[in-house]
Design a protein around this ligand. Structure first.
Ligand SMILES: Cc1cc2nc3c(=O)[nH]c(=O)nc-3n(C[C@H](O)[C@H](O)[C@H](O)COP(=O)(O)OP(=O)(O)OC[C@H]3O[C@@H](n4cnc5c(N)ncnc54)[C@H](O)[C@@H]3O)c2cc1C
Length: 376
């Protein structure tokens, strides 16, 4: 049985050099960072999201854990963006089960996490695909028809929360299903994941047609997954991982400038300074967004919408400045900055960025009081 770490940040620290060292070799189509996930499990980081009362550290489930979770997500992202993506999904999944699950479902999820099982959340459907459908199959069971795409950890992750629509009715509120996928790896197809980066995230489609699940696979009421402000506000967690990737790129830039003796050149110094501004701007946004989101603040969703876009902008600026400063060498394999920039540019593509900005703008337009007083 895994013993919960008193200090998850201290438990993570010694793992990071090996995770970063393995990331280069793992940059292969269809790869999955099994050794890294096992290391997180051994250090009790898979149970860290459980509330302290249930043996965890309350990361992502208690307001007090928000700042620590932000640092953990950043540091994992710094070592490996694909692992950061998988860990962020795990935290999200446990959070949803703990929020909406029955006592039995919560206990089962806690037991599985203690046994080192990684969880995922798979919501995305391909444009033009019908929604994943649920049909009653007798004796309280449900039969699934359809597939999900862009599933991180497809074929490797043993537990996943997926969204499905009763009767395949696209207008019906989505239900969340917690699936045991231990014997379902044959449903994964990683062939379509030809993205330039995040190759080691085992992102692929999962064909669920014909899978029959028990009634107790349903978690929470209809529409629970999209409940606001949690749905939008949870975006702070992927922003934290993105920031970690940008920090790793900045580290590579600094090493390059030291190695080449070019750091004192005023143009190079100016770009490194601007990278420092971008990183700290993003860090301040992530920390503030984490606090508001985990406290369930009124206004958390628009605040996180702004934060995710500010962090995206900062990461894009860092990529551009690193590539400008280093030049062609930043594009030559096996330079770590080549891989990290590919991973970061790919992972920065998250759902509906225009809508996130428009919703935040609408919030500011309608907010009572001075715009300068809105956030404190
Ligand atoms: C590495 C990686 C791992 C992932 N893992 C998972 C996972 O495990 N589970 C999961 O569910 N998903 C996963 N995803 C999918 C992810 O959550 C997003 O759905 C996906 O990345 C969105 O990409 P997109 O840029 O095509 O988004 P889109 O939302 O399609 O945005 C593309 C552009 O179109 C605009 N746009 C969006 N909607 C409209 C509209 N209606 N009209 C006009 N313009 C519009 C956007 O603002 C943006 O400019 C993963 C993605 C990546 C990159």
């Amino acid at each position: 049985m895994t013993v919960p770490p008193r200090d998850p940040e201290a438990a993570l620290r010694p793992l990071l050099p090996a995770i970063a060292a393995r990331a280069a070799a793992r940059d292969q189509d269809g790869a999955y960072p099994a050794a890294d996930v096992a290391a997180l499990a051994d250090a009790a980081l898979l149970i860290a999201p459980l509330p302290r009362a249930e043996g965890g550290a309350g990361l992502g489930t208690e307001v007090a854990g928000a700042a620590a979770l932000a640092r953990i997500l950043r540091r994992i992202g710094r070592a490996s963006l694909p692992l950061g993506r998988l860990y962020e999904g795990h935290v999200n999944a446990l959070r949803l089960v703990l929020r909406d699950g029955t006592a039995t479902q919560r206990a089962a999820a806690a037991r599985d996490a203690r046994q080192g099982l990684l969880f995922a959340v798979w919501n995305t459907e391909a444009p033009g695909d019908p929604p994943l459908a649920l049909y009653p199959a007798g004796a309280g069971t449900w039969r699934l028809e359809g597939r999900k795409v862009l599933c991180s950890g497809a074929g490797s992750v043993p537990r996943a929360l997926v969204t499905g629509r009763p009767g395949g009715d696209a207008d019906a509120p989505a239900r969340l299903l917690l699936l045991d996928l231990a014997d379902q790896a044959h449903r994964a197809d990683l062939a379509l994941w030809t993205a330039q980066g995040m190759r080691a995230s085992a992102t692929g489609s999962m064909e669920f047609s014909g899978l029959v699940v028990e009634a107790d696979a349903l978690v929470g009421p209809p529409g629970a997954y999209l409940r606001q402000p949690d749905f939008s506000a949870g975006a702070w967690r992927f922003a934290a991982v993105h920031l970690g990737g940008a920090e790793a790129l900045a580290e590579e830039l600094r090493a390059h400038l030291r190695r080449t003796g070019r750091g004192a050149d005023p143009h190079q110094a100016a770009r490194l300074g601007q990278v420092g501004i971008a990183l700290e701007t993003a860090r301040l946004w992530v920390e503030a967004a984490a606090q508001r989101a985990e406290a369930g603040d009124e206004g958390a969703a628009p605040y996180v919408n702004l934060a995710r876009l500010a962090v995206e902008r900062a990461c894009l600026d860092v990529i551009e400045r690193v590539q400008r400063s280093v030049g062609l060498a930043a594009f030559l394999r096996p330079a770590p900055m080549e891989r990290i920039a590919r991973d970061l540019a790919t992972y920065l593509r998250q759902p509906a960025p225009d809508r996130a900005l428009a919703e935040a703008a609408a919030h500011l337009l309608d907010a009572e009081g001075g715009i300068g007083e809105r956030w404190g």
